[in-house]
Design a protein around this ligand. Structure first.
Ligand code: ADP
Ligand code: MG
Length: 342
């Protein structure tokens, strides 16, 4: 038994600039395990960024395309516990021999071995044997190898023999794609503006993004499998309305600034440059339309302007909407981002 989770594949591993190198190195290894110079392959990155998913996808791909190979996925923690147990049972030899049979060894969260000298020694032995025999070793770590503390130098130096690739936090577009992909897999439908809002709000890591999505679904008080599209829409309606109500000043400012291709900080700055002034007025206009902030509070959030400036901005934008067709189209386009197509 390879201990792999079938749900992790390259197909559902969304590509973005945050993971491009790691993903393509992983794909190369998956197609030619043990024969590329990416041996060992070391993937590192912060929590929830997709290390486990990626290395499991490699394992599943190999199992599918080279069924004869013995692929083994094991967390460093489990490796350690098994080793300790073998010490207790006087079966260290069996433990070692078992690992020597593996063709592709995937050791997840190798940082767990820090300070565990005897486990490291065992892994060193296994690593050397497999590597010499042209077997593939794949590892993950939450920090780059050079920052791993509590490791023997000879082991660290081997970690750097092959290829080391990092995973970064996904950018906005990748986050949207990940949510859409998850939604499709789960057969649920969430309006685009909510997807964008989620992607905008949860920047930290993918696991958290999924957590928010799952709690959104859970709040619908249906099990995920039972949710068909219509039911999901019904059940999610109040949650979606809540989320929409939260579309806040930050989001408006960021979206408008992006639309006018100016840094968001300029909306709060003193500058009177024409394109900045227009963007600022538009953002104030939407702040009034889509938040519960008072005019005073809106002014405050735009660099401490007073409420009469906000009134003037809203009036200016309204006038422009009436008189300028192109401008009206711009506003309609932007408004969709805050309300959807209702
Ligand atoms: P890590 O091992 O780095 O802590 P995981 O591999 O467990 O992170 O990923 C956390 C969650 O995010 C998993 O459910 C995983 O499927 C998902 N995930 C991470 N990156 C991606 C991606 N690029 N595309 C799709 N899902 C992803
Ligand atoms: Mg993991």
């Amino acid at each position: 038994d390879s201990q792999l989770n079938q749900n992790y594949s390259f197909n559902n591993y969304i590509e973005g600039s945050c993971n491009r190198l790691a993903r393509s190195a992983g794909f190369a290894v998956a197609n030619k395990p043990g024969t590329t110079s990416f041996n060992p392959l070391m993937i590192y990155g912060g929590v929830g960024l997709g290390k486990t998913h990626l290395v499991q996808a490699i394992g599943n791909h190999i199992k599918e395309h080279a069924p004869g190979k013995f692929v083994l996925y094991v967390s460093a923690e489990k490796f350690t516990n098994q080793f300790i147990e073998s010490l207790r049972n006087n079966s260290v030899q069996d433990f070692g021999n078992f690992y020597l049979l593996v063709d592709i060894l995937i050791l997840d969260d190798v940082q767990f071995l820090a300070g565990k000298d005897r486990t490291q020694e065992m892994f060193f032995h296994v690593f050397n044997h497999l590597h010499q025999a042209g077997k593939q070793v794949i590892m993950t770590s939450d920090v780059p190898p050079r920052e791993l503390k509590g490791f023997e130098e000879r082991l660290l130096s081997r970690f750097k023999w092959g290829l080391t690739a990092d995973l970064q936090s996904p950018d906005f577009e990748t986050r949207v794609a990940i949510i859409q992909n998850k939604m499709m897999a789960d057969g649920i439908d969430i309006p685009p503006q909510v997807v964008e809002y989620l992607a905008y709000s949860v920047e930290t890591n993918v696991r958290e993004l999924e957590g928010v999505l799952i709690s959104l679904i859970a709040q619908s008080s249906l099990t995920r499998r039972e949710v068909d599209l219509e039911m999901a829409k019904q059940a999610l309606r109040h949650i979606i309305e809540d989320v929409e109500a939260e579309v806040n000043l930050d989001f408006i400012q960021k979206t408008v600034a992006e639309h006018f291709s100016i840094p968001v900080d300029l909306l709060k700055a003193k500058t009177r440059k024409k394109e900045v002034v227009t963007a600022r007025q538009v953002a104030m206009y939407f702040a009034k339309e889509h938040t519960n902030h008072s005019l005073k509070s809106i002014g405050y959030h735009f660099g401490g302007r007073d409420h009469s400036t906000v009134i003037h901005s809203v009036q200016t934008v309204s006038d422009l909407i009436d008189s300028d067709k192109t401008f009206r189209a711009t506003i309609q386009e932007l408004r969709k981002k805050f309300t959807g197509n209702k």
